[in-house]
Design a protein around this ligand. Structure first.
Ligand SMILES: *[C@@H]1O[C@H](CO)[C@@H](O)[C@H](O)[C@H]1NC(C)=O
Ligand SMILES: *[C@@H]1O[C@H](CO)[C@@H](O)[C@H](O)[C@H]1NC(C)=O
Ligand SMILES: *[C@@H]1O[C@H](CO)[C@@H](O)[C@H](O)[C@H]1NC(C)=O
Ligand SMILES: *[C@@H]1O[C@H](CO)[C@@H](O)[C@H](O)[C@H]1NC(C)=O
Length: 608
């Protein structure tokens, strides 16, 4: 404290931390040069006063510290002074204060605040930084030598590769190395690092970092055998015909151990495939494409192996990754004997078409096959499909001959007029091999079907209608089918009945008909007609006494029926057919027919 213009003048009192002295220890004396001779009392308050660290002798003004102070706990204590006149109980001067500055000692060693003590390092790590970093700190006064820290590697085991440390800033450092790791030589490294301050003398802390080397691919797969032989049958695919084993010194089931196989040569046609058995790491060879060989054939395959993970090796303390600088991958030779089997006969054509007019005379040669068989030339032929039984097949030559007339209207002929014949060629190999050939016989239509009634019996409801339509059909196609010409045939009684007889009674009638198609092909048909009362429906009403109806009504009906049936047949199909010879009806009912014609039909139509 210095006097100046009657004021308390303060400065900073320095106090060494951790002082080894007897306590309480006097650190200063407060004096007042202005006020003397009076009974004064000195009082302090502030940091460290209440808890008894600092005290003042109220008479002498001596200020004491009562125990060691620690700068790292508190560096500056702010203390306030007062001087009192005891008798007057008044403050003598203005309240003033001073600071106690605690001086640093190098009493703290550096600490590692964040350090990775166990670190995994990939074997193939390139030289430079390691994934091992550390943070450190020294609690002594910052920016002095007592808190300035240097990190160094003091020892390592094993000694190679050389591990070092790079200090990134004043609180972080990282391990580095030169050279390469070889898992097979050393799986673990112990690295002792020291953090040391620059105090005099320096203080330091030591830690051990463990580096665990992670095995990477530094061993290529090696084939256990250099040559393999295996057999496979031609024209079949076959999974897993051969297993080829490799040895790999890397840790099992890692990508550095897992093998990948590839063809170096011999599989240009991609007949074979390779894959890896995930459990055993073996190479599995398969045949994936069918190929025909004319004789037993040896196929030479060269197969290479490498690992899933690229190879890198540590040689002369240098990491080698470039494939050009690495030793070439191992390879193996496999000879596959492809066994020729009995190949089936080969038809020049496996389906063929022939054209034939239906109903032609049998005995015609329809087809002669051309067949080749390289390995067993004795071929015989058998019929496989001839549903209508129209063909015969020469067992030696395969020649197909018709033995029956072929009918286009047969149910075995499809809607496109095609009849399918399938036959097989069988060779004499062991076992015999078979090929089949399909012949499509296109049948040309001829007029071989007569027209037929669609329904050969009909009901004539004489209480409701005066005519019925009589449909006919012909299985032939144009121009061998309709329109048709209908003619009544049969004896005179029948003709009379269906023409004019007014006494036609209800009952069942058989009406022989002659139906001609467009080409005048005649079909003889009989139409059964039941004449009856249908009531309100379309079927005959069966009464106990069918003859009890009004006679005159029935008579008119039957006349009409006779007329109409006849006329429908004629008029529909005759008009455009001027030259027709119908059965003659001259004797009966001429006038009735003319009469009808005048009323309802064209005058151009002439009906005899
Ligand atoms: C560092 O500590 C020493 C005692 O170990 C002391 O003498 C010195 O003054 C301190 N240095 C600083 C810059 O505080
Ligand atoms: C594999 O066969 C080739 C010739 O096809 C030969 O040059 C090579 O030495 C053989 N390799 C082994 C391992 O036998
Ligand atoms: C044929 O006629 C009878 C009687 O008129 C009838 O019951 C039958 O259903 C008809 N059949 C066909 C196929 O039209
Ligand atoms: C006509 O034929 C049908 C069945 O074909 C029969 O039920 C009916 O009794 C016959 N009618 C006469 C009159 O004979």
């Amino acid at each position: 404290l210095l006097r100046s213009k009657r004021r308390w003048v303060l400065s900073t009192i320095e106090l060494q931390e951790e002082m080894e002295v007897e306590y309480p220890f006097k650190i200063t004396t407060v004096k007042n040069y202005i006020i003397t001779g009076q009974s004064l009392t000195f009082v302090i308050s502030g940091d460290g006063v209440h808890d008894g660290l600092f005290s003042i002798d109220d008479v002498t003004g001596d200020v004491y510290v009562h125990k060691k102070v620690d700068r790292e706990e508190k560096e500056i204590y702010h203390i306030t002074f007062d001087v009192w006149d005891e008798s007057a109980n008044t403050k003598m001067d203005r309240e003033l204060s001073f600071d106690v500055q605690v001086k640093d000692l190098n009493d703290n060693a550096p600490m590692f605040t964040n350090i990775m003590k166990i670190v995994s390092v990939d074997e193939n790590t390139a030289e430079g930084f390691l994934p091992a970093s550390m943070e450190f700190k020294d609690k002594d006064k910052e920016k002095t030598i007592n808190s300035t820290v240097s990190i160094s590697v003091v020892s390592q085991n094993p000694a190679e590769p050389k591990i070092n440390v790079t200090q990134i800033d004043d609180r972080m450092a990282r391990l580095t190395f030169k050279g390469c790791f070889d898992y097979d030589k050393a799986k673990q490294f112990k690295v002792k690092v020291t953090a040391s301050d620059h105090g005099k003398p320096p203080l330091s802390t030591t830690e051990v970092i463990t580096l665990n080397i992670v095995n990477k691919n530094n061993n290529a797969p090696k084939f256990k055998q250099k040559q393999y032989e295996v057999e496979a049958v031609e024209m079949t695919t076959h999974d897993d015909i051969l297993r080829i084993a490799v040895e790999d010194k890397d840790a099992p089931n890692t990508d550095g151990w897992k093998a990948k196989y590839y063809f170096i040569s011999g599989n240009e046609e991609e007949i074979y495939s390779l894959r890896t058995d995930p459990k055993t790491n073996e190479c599995i060879l398969s045949v994936v494409k069918e190929k025909n060989y004319n004789q037993n054939t040896l196929v030479n395959l060269t197969i290479g192996a490498e690992n899933v993970e690229p190879l890198s090796i540590c040689k002369d303390n240098k990491l080698i990754k470039d494939p050009k600088l690495l030793p070439p991958p191992d390879s193996v030779n496999v000879t596959v004997k492809m066994l020729d089997t009995n190949d089936a006969p080969v038809f020049e054509k496996y389906t063929d078409e022939v054209y034939q007019v239906e109903e032609s005379e049998p005995g015609q040669v329809l087809y002669t096959p051309k067949v080749q068989d390289i390995d067993s030339p004795n071929v015989r032929f058998v019929m496989v499909e001839d549903p209508a039984g129209w063909m015969s097949l020469d067992e030696k030559t395969g020649k197909i001959t018709t033995i029956k007339k072929m009918d286009r209207e047969s149910p075995f002929v499809d809607e496109n007029n095609i009849y399918r014949v399938v036959f097989a060629a069988i060779d004499d190999g062991t076992p015999p091999a078979t090929s089949t050939c399909t012949i499509k016989v296109h049948l040309k239509d001829i007029n071989d079907n007569t027209p037929k009634l669609v329904n050969s019996s009909m009901i004539f409801c004489d209480n409701k209608v005066i005519k019925i339509m009589v449909p006919a059909e012909d299985s032939d196609a144009e121009p061998y089918s309709g329109p048709f010409i209908f003619t009544l045939t049969g004896d005179k009684t029948l003709k009379r009945l269906w023409k004019l007889d007014p006494s036609l009674e209800r009952g069942n009638y058989s009406i022989p008909l002659l139906i001609q198609d467009k080409q005048n092909m005649i079909g003889h048909e009989t139409l059964e007609v039941e004449v009856c009362d249908c009531g309100g429906g379309n079927a005959c009403v069966r009464t106990i006494n069918p003859l009890s109806t009004n006679v005159s009504d029935a008579a008119i009906g039957t006349i009409s029926l006779g007329l109409l049936l006849f006329l429908i047949l004629l008029v529909i199909f005759v008009c455009n057919q001027p030259k027709r010879n119908f059965q003659s009806f001259e004797d009966q009912g001429q006038q009735s027919l003319i009469h009808y014609n005048e009323e309802g039909m064209s005058v151009d139509c002439k009906v005899s």
